[in-house]
Ligand binder design. Structure first.
Ligand SMILES: *[C@@H]1O[C@H](CO)[C@@H](O)[C@H](O)[C@H]1NC(C)=O
Ligand SMILES: *[C@@H]1O[C@H](CO)[C@@H](O)[C@H](O)[C@H]1NC(C)=O
Ligand SMILES: *[C@@H]1O[C@H](CO)[C@@H](O)[C@H](O)[C@H]1NC(C)=O
Length: 484
């Protein structure tokens, strides 16, 4: 084996790892492959990697020796303890300035911790989101690297060469410090939950309110995919609706309606609650999956709890389909606006200095939420990197104005027909709340002061917290005084 020749080493030869190695090899990089179970290395070298420039090694020492400096070691292993164990095993063999990249599904808090701990040892850490599945890893994933900024120049060429391309630009750029890459990947997955739920609501409305067949619905999604909704998820929904089982009936209708989840959507919702950001659409999408999982309870309840007698929409079918499309588009704008609100707050909280136009560009291609729409988001943040909210960008504000009437028709009709549309509805409620100068929270403040003497501010005297003797019985002592 030639020492000091490889550009990068990759640990973990599951499918993602193998595919990313082959991807890097295709782009002219010399990659060292290692796996703790070394038969896996030999099998890979004898099969998938046969005839390539990939170097297979049987130990961490050998792996480190094979690398150019600064050494770049990428982990694609199971998230959690395994990552820490590998880092501990590699670090003694590295020198200051060497780079460890974690490309697994790690939680951002772990990446924050690892980045800080490794910095103390002079090792540069990158935590990178990798999206696009096995196919993406092989032919172009969306890569979302964050961590120690000094590491980026040494990884940039490899990552940008191997990433997906959208409009000729690589779907990979520096996200921000520490765990920012894994955080952005988490929000990506949360948004993916939202986009999937929006497709589900459109599907249920067409099926139940309009009585459409899978074939008809597939045609609708096919049309939608030619316009502003053009995206991977709309495209696969078209194909899923058209897919027949062996008996010629749509396979979709035979699938149990109990949704699973691996947790990243839930983490996004948890983070939004901790940071106090109203990321309602992702939250509802996680809850919609939880509700779906209560299949036996729902089956029981379906026999006891009544809805409206009428479940079919009486008006024009094609017109309503167009209303649904516009409701979906407007809801999607709200969902992404909420996602960016969350990332902005996290960036402030953790001091990450997130790169918003780059994030939109990274999601533009390669990943599950890839869409034409993300090109519009990138343009909005390019035009104004300080944009307070996506909904305030001219392009998106105009779209919301154009869609809102249809959106309101869909949400109100769904309520009248008893068809649940948690994502469409919460998005509309958020839109109406966000555009309200005055909300009824004055009543909440009054109630809190009434029962708990929590004090409130007056509109005509902001900044001054006062308490009112509401009942003529209570004292005038504010609760903060009790706590003191
Ligand atoms: C190595 O290979 C084994 C067996 O295929 C696999 O279970 C394991 O996750 C792989 N990864 C690492 C980092 O050892
Ligand atoms: C599925 O079956 C329907 C109805 O029998 C048929 O019209 C349609 O072409 C089939 N789809 C595919 C993809 O073969
Ligand atoms: C609250 O109001 C009642 C009735 O006006 C009064 O008797 C009472 O003294 C007030 N309490 C305080 C703490 O001022």
């Amino acid at each position: 084996m030639s020492e000091g020749q490889s550009d990068i080493a990759l640990i973990g030869l599951a499918v993602m790892g193998q595919n990313f190695i082959l991807n890097m090899n295709d782009h002219g990089f010399k990659v060292t492959a290692y796996n703790r179970t070394t038969e896996k290395v030999d099998r890979f070298m004898a099969n998938e990697a046969a005839g390539t420039n990939v170097v297979g090694v049987h130990s961490i020492e050998e792996m480190v020796k094979s690398l150019k400096r600064p050494r770049r070691v990428m982990l694609l292993v199971k998230a959690g303890d395994v990552v820490d164990k590998f880092i501990d095993a590699i670090v003694p063999h590295l020198e200051k300035g060497d780079i460890i990249i974690d490309g697994g599904n790690s939680e951002y808090v772990d990446s924050n911790r690892r980045c800080k701990a490794l910095e103390e040892k002079g090792i540069l850490f990158i935590g990178t989101g990798v999206s696009g599945g096995e196919e993406g890893a092989r032919y172009g994933p969306s890569l979302m690297p964050g961590g120690h900024p000094d590491a980026w120049p040494h990884v940039k060429d490899i990552f940008q060469a191997c990433a997906a391309k959208a409009d000729d630009e690589p779907c990979c750029d520096w996200v921000g410090k520490e765990g920012a890459g894994h955080y952005v990947k988490m929000v990506h997955n949360g948004i993916e939950y939202g986009d999937m739920q929006l497709c589900c609501e459109a599907y249920q409305l067409m099926k139940d309110a309009l009585g459409m067949s899978c074939k008809e619905m597939s045609q609708v999604f096919s049309e939608w995919n030619k316009g502003e909704l053009d995206s991977f998820l709309i495209e696969i929904t078209r194909d899923i609706l058209a897919f027949n089982d062996t008996d010629g009936e749509p396979l979709l209708e035979k699938i149990l309606d109990k949704a699973g989840q691996k947790g990243t959507g839930k983490w996004t919702a948890i983070s939004s609650l901790s940071l106090g950001m109203p990321v309602t659409l992702i939250g509802e999408s996680v809850f919609a999956r939880c509700l779906s999982a209560l299949k036996s309870e729902r089956t029981l309840a379906s026999k006891h709890l009544q809805g409206p007698a009428e479940r079919r929409y009486k008006g024009d079918k094609d017109e309503f389909v167009e209303h649904i499309r516009q409701a979906l588009y407007a809801s999607k704008i709200v969902s992404y606006a909420q996602g960016f609100m969350l990332m902005r707050e996290a960036s402030k909280e953790f001091g990450w200095e997130l790169n918003y136009p780059a994030i939109a560009l990274m999601w533009r291609g390669g990943c599950i939420i890839r869409s034409v729409f993300l090109g519009n988001i990138r343009d909005a943040f390019k035009k104004n990197p300080e944009l307070t909210n996506l909904m305030l960008d001219d392009f998106f504000a105009a779209a919301l104005h154009r869609c809102q009437e249809s959106w309101r028709i869909v949400v109100s009709q769904a309520a009248l027909l008893g068809i649940p549309t948690p994502a469409f509805s919460t998005a509309l409620a958020f839109y109406d709340g966000y555009r309200s100068e005055r909300l009824p929270a004055n009543l909440i403040q009054a109630q809190r002061d009434y029962f708990g003497a929590h004090t409130y501010e007056r509109l005509d005297d902001p900044g001054n917290y006062v308490h009112t003797n509401w009942t003529g019985r209570g004292g005038d002592v504010a609760s903060s005084t009790y706590n003191a």
